[in-house]
Design a protein. Structure first.
Length: 215
C-alpha cells in the first residue's frame, strides 16, 4: 500500500505525513478550532502513510525533492508505548512523535466526550470518572490506551451502544480544551504552510527524532 495525498498535494512545497485517515480527521478538526485558514491548507498537504510507516515518508519526500528541491515535510507518529525506535530522518523531513501514547490520547477530555455523545447520562459521567486518568496525572495519561477506551470494543462503546469517532470528539472540543502539545504542533504545521495566525502562534516544542529504525 502506497502513500495517499490530498487533492492538491502534488503542488504542496510542505507535506504533512500522518499514519492514517483518522489522524488526518482529528488534526483537521483541531486545526479548524485554532485557525480558519489552516484546515484547507493542511488537508491539501496531508499524505497518509497507511500505518506507522515513516520509511514511506522518507521515500515519498525524496521523490518530491527530486522533482522540486525545495520540498520539505513533517512526519507525525504515535509513540506506541513501549518505546519504539525513532525513524531515520531523510533530508528535508522532520519527525514529530506524540509524547502520549496515541493521537487519541489528546481526546480524553470528559466534557468533550459528553458533548460528542449528546447525552447527560449519569452512567457516562461515572464511566469517565472511573476509567480516565486524572487530567493532572501526566504519567498515567502517557501510558493510558486511548485507542482501546474509544475503540469499537472499548468500555465507552459498550456503554453507548455505538462508537464515537475520534474526529467527532475533536470537532466538539473547544479551543481552550486543546492540549498545548497539539497547539504547538498545529503552529508548526501552520508555519510550514505559511498560514500562521495569532490563534496558533504558540510556543513550539522541539520535534523528536532519534536513532534509525529498521524498515
Amino acid at each position: 500500500m502506497g502513500v495517499r495525498g490530498g487533492p492538491e498535494e502534488a503542488a504542496a512545497p510542505f507535506l504533512v505525513y500522518v499514519e492514517g485517515a483518522r489522524d488526518r480527521g482529528v488534526l483537521s478538526a483541531w486545526a479548524r478550532r485554532l485557525s480558519p485558514r489552516l484546515p484547507r491548507a493542511f488537508e491539501a498537504a496531508c499524505v497518509i502513510l497507511g500505518g506507522r510507516q515513516p520509511a514511506r515518508a522518507v521515500e515519498h519526500l525524496a521523490r518530491r525533492r527530486a522533482q522540486a528541491g525545495s520540498a520539505t515535510g513533517l512526519c507525525i507518529l504515535d509513540s506506541d508505548l513501549p518505546a519504539t525506535p525513532a525513524p531515520e530522518v531523510g533530508e528535508g523531513l522532520e519527525v514529530f512523535t506524540w509524547r502520549r501514547r496515541h493521537i487519541e490520547s489528546y481526546l480524553l477530555v470528559p466534557a468533550a466526550i459528553e458533548r460528542a455523545a449528546r447525552g447527560g447520562d449519569t452512567r457516562l459521567r461515572r464511566l469517565l470518572d472511573d476509567e480516565l486518568p486524572h487530567p493532572a496525572d501526566e504519567g498515567a495519561l502517557l501510558a493510558f490506551d486511548a485507542k482501546r477506551f474509544l475503540g469499537p470494543k472499548g468500555p465507552l462503546t459498550r456503554l453507548l451502544g455505538r462508537t464515537l469517532a475520534p474526529g467527532w470528539i475533536a470537532r466538539t472540543m473547544r479551543a481552550d480544551e486543546i492540549h498545548e502539545e497539539v497547539r504547538g504542533l498545529c503552529a508548526r504545521i501552520a508555519a510550514g504552510l505559511g498560514v500562521l495566525e495569532p490563534d496558533v502562534s504558540v510556543s513550539l516544542r522541539p520535534l523528536t527524532a532519534a536513532a534509525p529504525e529498521e524498515v
